[in-house]
Design a protein around this ligand. Structure first.
Ligand code: WTA
Length: 645
């Protein structure tokens, strides 16, 4: 990595919200006097119905964190109502359809009407404070309305990414015990229709407690309809009142559940609460993107991921910003779509994932250079480490060497940005997420749990609570403790490795556990393995990640057949289809290698470290294999690997 290359803060950011001096002062205060610092921020950024008795109280060993206890507020009030005196006519959401000819602008006043009407629909179907509502929608404004309508009445939303399979959807509905699902007939991406309602029907066949399915009609194609259960979204909200008083919520009342993958077992329901989450979402939005009044901001993530939650909906709207939501894909009708959208809506701030940057870079500069992009002021990335080549292309070609790039490191569990450049305060090093956000205390740990001092590498941990911290894993608090707070006593364990250089910049090196990051999507190797072994011919499977030019990481599967099974022409395709069916198209394996045996320790544990090296064709670094139960399996795997291009 070209660690010495530094891009200085450009002149037009010298008047940014956060300057180098201000960063130093605010960061120092946030560590020395967290109570005072966060109380001031809470007063500045949010409107409260009732103030707090205590700013923070936490205990990592019990996995407990409480912020602003005693206080009350409502998230939808903070994201909508309080802006109305000044911004009723200002655009809250710009929606750009998959079809380049179609877009829509939703003002703050419109947003209030839509959210209140939907909130009243939810109430009319018996949804109460604390109930869970599943949202399985395309990237359409109703996704934002649905989240805010839940927040308005104190229901807890669980958004499930529209690319997940019926099976994955079913698991999530059951785990959170959702009784109402909001979906659409079909979603449209890249000119193709995806059957969302049909997926819901399949899932609901196994969810007897779901009594209501609200259906947004997007394509208006024929879909099956279950009388009594299925309700047309538009028909229902049309007859509702546009007035729905926001429920006053306790600071620690749950706001949402969002499922994410871990290294073992099923995806876990990460639970976030009301005040701390909203505060850090609002603050990071304003400071990381140096958001200024009247600017148009676009985050390309899907609302099904945490990035969509925090940086399409809650962060921008809490700041009274204009947030663009895009239904389609960056390559339809062609690879210049993003830049056409930037020009069409005069986007000032653009936030995307390195995988999208690499994919667009591969299509050639002409798709970018044909557009103007002079409205762009700032670029951002999220989701995986960005390789310096992609960074430089993004900076030079997309940003015309004019726009700083904020590389933001964070996780579903952290809720909001944790390590990021602030464009007016940080000299940028391509590939580094740079410095901790206010209040975030990091450390790098050695294997034995001691802290790395100064420059060095280690396991990335957080030393004290932050407001938007995960509060629990829904229904399984012990799993929270085991996953994040037990590996190293007294620390939150991120699952990532990192390096700190001599200037204090953090460089994230990637996951140190069995979690894959495929095109910025998190996936547990165990999830893919469980899907593969459902096939009757498969005895065992081991899945690892390997470097992939566009996706960052690809999915590499070692598969062992049952004793008397044989490989036929279809088997590979069947296994790929199986992963797609069980998890979703994002889980399709890139490489399947037939493995007569897998490297295991004498106690039967699969040595993934060796499998990763073989997948990377890095046969020099296999390490000591003598401790394996049967070292000869490695020779076979290596030989077979070399035959795969
Ligand atoms: C990775 C996405 C390097 C990391 C917001 C983390 C990153 C996981 C970055 C969380 C970044 C996210 N640089 N790696 N800027 N941002 N990651 O929960 O491995 O989908 O642990 O949240 O993505 O993924 P998640």
């Amino acid at each position: 990595m070209s660690k010495n290359l530094v891009h200085k803060v450009p002149k037009n950011f010298h008047d940014a919200h956060i300057t180098p001096q201000k960063y130093k002062e605010m960061y120092q205060r946030s560590i020395d006097d967290p109570n005072g610092f966060w109380a001031d921020m809470a007063t500045e950024f949010l409107d409260w119905n009732q103030t707090w008795n205590r700013v923070v109280d936490y205990n990592f060993s019990k996995g407990k964190a409480q912020w602003f206890s005693g206080a009350e507020l409502n998230v939808s009030y903070n994201c909508i109502d309080r802006h109305l005196p000044k911004r009723a006519k200002q655009i809250a959401l710009i929606w750009e359809s998959d079809d380049p000819e179609e877009s829509m602008e939703i003002s703050y006043a419109d947003l209030k009407t839509e959210v209140c009407k939907l909130a009243n629909t939810l109430k009319s179907r018996g949804v109460k404070k604390g109930d869970r509502v599943c949202i399985y929608l395309p990237m359409i404004p109703q996704a934002a309305y649905a989240m805010l309508a839940c927040a308005r009445i104190g229901a807890v939303h669980s958004v499930v990414f529209g690319g997940f399979s019926p099976e994955a959807l079913k698991d999530r509905i059951l785990d959170a015990d959702c009784r109402l699902v909001i979906t659409a007939d079909e979603s449209t991406r890249g000119g193709k229709n995806v059957p969302l309602k049909a997926n819901v029907d399949k899932a609901l066949a196994h969810c007897p407690d779901v009594h209501t399915c609200l259906v947004v009609k997007c394509t208006h194609n024929d879909i099956p309809w279950v009388a009594g259960r299925d309700i047309c979204y538009r028909d229902s909200v049309n007859v509702m009142s546009a007035d729905c008083p926001p429920e006053s919520m306790a600071a620690e009342d749950p706001l949402f559940i969002l499922y994410t993958s871990g290294s073992t077992g099923k995806p876990k329901g990460v639970l976030h609460t009301t005040a701390g989450y909203l505060l850090q979402a609002a603050m990071t939005f304003k400071y990381t993107f140096d958001y200024r009044e009247g600017e148009v901001y676009w985050c390309t993530a899907d609302v099904g991921w945490v990035t969509g939650h925090t940086y399409i909906v809650y962060g921008p709207l809490c700041n009274g910003a204009t947030s663009l939501m895009f239904e389609g894909v960056p390559t339809y009708p062609d690879a210049g779509r993003c830049w056409d959208i930037v020009d069409k809506h005069k986007v000032n701030i653009f936030y995307t994932a390195p995988t999208a940057i690499r994919a667009l870079q591969a299509q050639g500069d002409e798709f970018v250079s044909r557009s103007d992009r002079s409205s762009l002021r700032l670029l951002g990335t999220v989701g995986e480490p960005i390789n310096p080549e992609a960074w430089e292309w993004y900076h030079r070609v997309v940003g015309d060497a004019r726009c700083p790039i904020v590389d933001t490191w964070w996780q579903t569990e952290t809720g909001t940005h944790m390590i990021t450049a602030l464009p007016g305060a940080t000299d940028l090093k391509p590939g580094s997420a740079s410095f901790p956000f206010f209040g975030v205390q990091l450390a790098l740990l050695n294997e034995d749990g001691s802290e790395v001092q100064g420059a060095g590498s280690g396991y990335l941990v957080v030393k004290s609570s932050w407001p938007s911290q995960i509060r629990t894993i829904y229904g399984d608090h012990q799993r929270l403790i085991d996953t994040y707070f037990s590996t190293y006593e007294g620390y939150y364990f991120t699952g990532d490795g990192a390096t700190r250089d001599a200037d204090g910049y953090y460089w994230i090196t990637g996951r140190v556990d069995d979690v894959l990051n495929v095109s910025g999507h998190r996936m547990g190797t165990a999830e893919v393995e469980s899907a593969l072994v459902l096939h009757p011919k498969i005895a065992e499977a081991a899945v690892v990640g390997f470097p992939h030019d566009i996706k960052g990481q690809g999915i590499y599967c070692y598969v062992t057949l049952m004793d008397n099974a044989e490989v036929d022409d279809n088997l590979r395709a069947e296994l790929i289809a199986l992963c797609s069916r069980e998890i979703g198209p994002i889980a399709k394996p890139d490489v399947i290698q037939w493995a007569p045996g897998l490297p295991k320790t004498r106690s039967g544990k699969i040595m993934r470290r060796i499998l990763r090296k073989i997948a990377e064709s890095d046969m020099e670094s296999l390490g000591d294999i003598t401790t394996l139960a049967d070292p000869t399996v490695v020779d076979t795997l290596v030989k077979d690997r070399l035959k795969i291009v």
